[in-house]
Design a binder for this molecule. Sequence first.
Ligand code: SF4
Length: 370
Amino acid sequence: MDRDSLLARVRSKERLSEAEGLAIYSDLDTATLAEAATLVRERYSDPRIVTYLVDRNVNYTNVCITDCKFCEFYRPPGHAESYVLTRTDMHRKLAELVAVGGTRVLLQGGHNPDLRLRYYEELFRWIGAEFPTLELDALSPSEVEHIALLEGMSLEAVVDRLVASGLRGIPGGGGEILDDEIRARVSPKKIKTAAWLRVMEIAHERRLYTSASQVFGFGEEPIHRLRALEALRAQQDRSLARFGHGFMAFIAWPLQYESRYGEVFGKMKGWKLGGDAEDYLRHIAFCRVYLDNIPHFQASWPTMGLEVAGRALHHGCDDLGGTMMEENVVSQAGSVHACAPAESLVRVAKSAGFEARQRDSWYRSLSPTA
Ligand code: SF4
């Protein structure tokens, strides 16, 4: 398919098949993908506006038993550097968030076998009582599955108990590449594709906020990326048809490559790991074209930096995600861009030629245009 055919297809909102997606991902230049991605972006959001969220990531525990090969963040149970945040620490962090006008807290952690469902219920209720203005998005499909396995409960029952305690959203962490062949290589103990999608479907039915994230560059082939995108696109179709509600946003970034990964991923020697700015921009533009049913795309400044995030706004992204205030998972995997004040995100949007607007986690505008 050439440039003109692709742009004509996108303008007429004709969806690409998996085979067509594979062909354009390999054959078309990045500028063409960016042009097509911008057309899809403009279906869903005002082309003049870029949004951002004032939020905080709180990693409540780094204890994990899942041993993903790419993870620098976790510590096994009993390790000297393992932690579970105290309520005092949590209170200080959330009070700081409220003080800067934050509207959302994102709680994520490892698969800690000592934290049972009751821990999360009490924590979520406490946050709701202490900080009633904060929206609580927490965990990820893999953490939900971990709790369900610990408790011997169904995924539905766990989600229902968490929602009753104040959960309003489940971010799309742990997605990496949603293809079980790749998952078996890089995170063999972690949630499989069908269960990841099932948790999200349960969340959609309960009208929770959800996003889908993708980490690429584990040495997978383009077909694995396509399969992962196809799984998300099909799930979004199902959720929208059944519940009128689905993923609000998609975010992708390359594996934060470290030279030692050559050893860690020994079985994949010779495969390309991670990705540079050009790989990222090409990939995000392609994803925007292929994933034509997810309304918002976030530029990943925590992994790519603010300059590349600004360029991503011309490759299909309409949003700069959250300020985060702190981030420990990707930063410990080698990323140096752990947090940015709202002013920096506004500056990025403006430098790229857009007006910036603060939003809440449901993409409702909270501020006059900056
Ligand atoms: S990526 Fe998540 S599940 Fe995997 S080892 Fe790290 S904390 Fe555990």
